[in-house]
Design a binder for this molecule. Structure first.
Ligand SMILES: *Cc1c(COP(=O)(O)O)cnc(C)c1O
Length: 354
């Protein structure tokens, strides 16, 4: 056991756990809410915070939902788990699967998984099937497989995933003392926006906050089915974690948007990369491209007519930048300066006016 309680221990009374539910944890949740140093000023918000979900045990928010799904699978006596994944779900499934001796099968779109995520699934010992198709194709296959095999589905269509992920909203309210005015979040399969909305509304109905935030979801322009109002057959974006053309929680995401009087919009890959680099270079926060979509969206809001003056905003930075070294290498490349290891050579280089 880690000293910090995991999400099941921390929020037990708000989760579907019983005495028969095993105490599963890798120390997930309780992630930092870090105040903006720079981006906030340029937007004029009152307060802007980044929730660093990349600090979870496998480097993304998926651990919050996975811990619940695994606890319930163990409670039901399951021996095997399966998921389709753009990478982070497979990393989380593989980690908890390894720890609790569940055989783990992951289906990923061949050639579309960021290197760090694939490395994790391999290291944790999952069986990895690379399918000749998109994430959406992989999820369709997985949904068919669970109909005929005794294996637990741990994608976010598993309601326990949503239950676990709603704890992110609880943490924000517990820390700020109230709900923010706006919550900016990337939208892929749309489980997370669904989960946050559930968390905020549950906390409000229990009197833990007076208000709920407007849910501001952002898809990548090349993978924006909800914005465009129809599935995208060949989703394309640098942000592989949200490269999804037919989100499983489509209607729930629209409900979260409408009930909260928020919006779901889209951002270009160039805007995602700009936000990704600003986060790293102005805020010292290295997140993965999909996560930066939340900040890219926030930066666009004034153009879309949303007044941020005096507002408290939280952006969910869903995953760690180390997940995707390939993007850093391509988009944040800094030329190495080769030098001999002596003081004269170093001083000569530094003084050369470069
Ligand atoms: C899964 C994931 C998303 C998208 O979340 P959904 O619940 O699928 O909408 C965004 N960012 C990262 C880093 C993810 O791993």
């Amino acid at each position: 056991m880690s000293m910090m309680p995991g999400v099941i221990d921390r929020y037990r009374e708000h989760l579907p756990v019983t005495d028969a539910t095993p105490a599963v944890s890798l120390g997930e949740g309780s992630t930092p809410l870090v105040r903006s140093q720079s981006i906030s000023d340029s937007l004029g918000c009152k307060d802007l915070y980044f929730k660093l979900e990349g600090c979870n045990p496998t480097g993304s928010f998926k651990d919050r939902g996975m811990v619940m799904a695994i606890a319930k699978a163990l409670e039901a006596g399951k021996k095997r788990i399966i998921c389709a994944s753009t990478g982070n779900t497979s990393a989380a499934a593989a980690a908890y699967g390894a720890r609790y001796q569940l055989e783990t099968l992951v289906l990923v779109p061949a050639g579309e998984i960021a290197l760090g995520k694939l490395a994790q699934a391999m290291a944790y010992g999952a069986r990895i099937l690379a399918v000749n198709g998109s994430f959406d194709d992989a999820l369709t296959a997985v949904r068919e497989i669970v109909e005929i095999m005794d294996i637990e589905l741990v994608n976010s269509v598993n309601p326990y995933r949503i239950e676990g992920q709603k704890t992110g909203a609880f943490e924000i309210v517990d820390e700020l003392g109230e709900a923010p005015d706006l919550l900016c979040i990337p939208v892929g399969n749309a489980g997370n926006i669904t989960a946050y909305w559930k968390g905020f509304t549950e906390y409000q109905s229990m009197g833990k906050s007076e208000t709920t935030p407007k849910m501001m979801g952002f898809q990548a322009a090349g993978a924006a089915p909800i914005v465009r109002g129809e599935p995208v057959l060949k989703p394309e974006t640098i942000a592989t974690a949200i490269r999804i053309g037919n989100p499983a929680s489509w209607e729930k995401a629209e409900a979260a948007r409408d009930e909260s009087e928020g919006m779901i919009d889209m951002v270009e890959d160039s805007e995602i990369v700009d936000a990704y680099l600003r986060l790293a270079r102005e805020e010292g926060i290295f997140c993965e491209p999909a996560s930066a979509a939340s900040v890219a969206g926030l930066i666009k809001l004034p153009e879309l007519g949303v007044d941020l003056t005096g507002k408290t905003v939280v952006c969910i930075l869903t995953g760690n930048g180390l997940k995707d070294p390939g993007t850093a290498e391509k988009r944040a490349l800094v030329e190495l300066e080769y030098v001999e290891p002596d003081i004269d050579s170093v001083m000569k280089l530094l003084n050369s006016g470069k």
